[in-house]
Design a protein around this ligand. Sequence first.
Ligand code: ADP
Ligand code: MG
Length: 427
Amino acid sequence: MELLRLENISLSFKFPEGEIKVLDKVSFSVSEGEIISLLGPSGSGKSTILRIIAGLLRPQEGKVYYKGEELNGINHGVAMVFQNFALFPWLTVLENVELGLKVLGLPQEIRREKALKAIDLIGLDGFENAYPKELSGGMKQRVGFARALVMEPDILLLDEPFSALDVLTAENLRNDLIELWMEKRIPTKAMILVTHSIEEAVYIADRVLLLSKDPGRIIKEVKIEIPHWRDKKSKEFLNLVDMIYGILTGKPMEKLAFREKKHLFIPQAGVGAITGLIELVNDLEGPVDIYKLGEELLMDIEDLLPIVEASEILGLAEIKEGDFVLTNSGKKFAEADVLERKEIFKELAIEKVPFLKQIIRVLQSKSNHKAPRDFFLDLLKQHLSAQEAEKQLDVLIDWGRYAEIFEYDDNKDELYLSEILSMEKKS
Ligand code: ADP
Ligand code: MG
């Protein structure tokens, strides 16, 4: 049975300077028994869609139907869980959970009974009288879930509820939620999960709606027909993750530019950006979802991808199931001092980027150990457009200088081996 339907929802935010279209003709429906995921980059309007469903925001165009009736005002059939928990710090766990029931005007005794049941259900037993600040992130979010579940909503709206938690805590809570749902221990009839993690969407949802941004649009719907519990390492699962990744980035995983022309083409990413990314991921400890990384760095996935790809080419990191994972070399690099870093980078760059080897060979074979930039540019132009060749050479020179593979004279625009470098090569 259909519970919810959005029909051609368009919404703009108006500013003095003009208006920004955030949602463009968004339509979908949700039936009883379904878990839907809204998956898309930051700013694609996912939270806005949830607020419209909750009746907190009215779109300029389109209609929302809840159980067949047009929604006008607050939707009492839904409850929301937020990424940042949104608890009241001055209330205890029990009081936080009871609050919504108070608004409904239920008598004290019933409120208490229901709240205690919800607290028990979500694994918060014994923490009734604790204050939010005394709880870990995972426990805080359990309060967030209890507060929503106690309302016994038809539809549970989940706005990136696992994004602020560390990997293990998030995984536990995800599994607990799936278990409550599978075993029908909650009266919830449907769930809408907002996320920017492809893996999370494929792990939990029955149907994933992919959103693009500027303005937010549904570009594709993907059905996940694997029964719970899903094996994240199975071929089926990984294929779905790859397919979705391809749709969202506009290029299939295996066709990313650097994989096509592996030997010549390196992504446009300077050493500074690569170093920054590796350091950040090392500090975060553990694999990081590429989308999440983009959000943390406030970068578009299109800008982040070259840095990710460069790290992968150099063997500093690997991409596994949409996660960015440091290799041993990557970890060593992150923890090394400046000189050791240069050494590691040099070793990897020479091994992984054939054109750098070629540069060294040319410089070594010349008696003065020098060669003009244009010489290498012409070599690259045999395989690349003039513009691409320029960009490539800039990156190669950036990498080579940093790693002290060669030196570069900005005035004469020439590459050369310093005395020390050329001696090292002769011996
Ligand atoms: P998501 O949840 O997918 O990251 P949001 O729905 O939060 O995206 O936001 C979509 C776009 O709408 C963003 O560009 C955001 O800046 C803008 N936006 C969201 N809420 C408001 C608001 N109250 N006023 C103005 N702009 C907003
Ligand atoms: Mg959001």
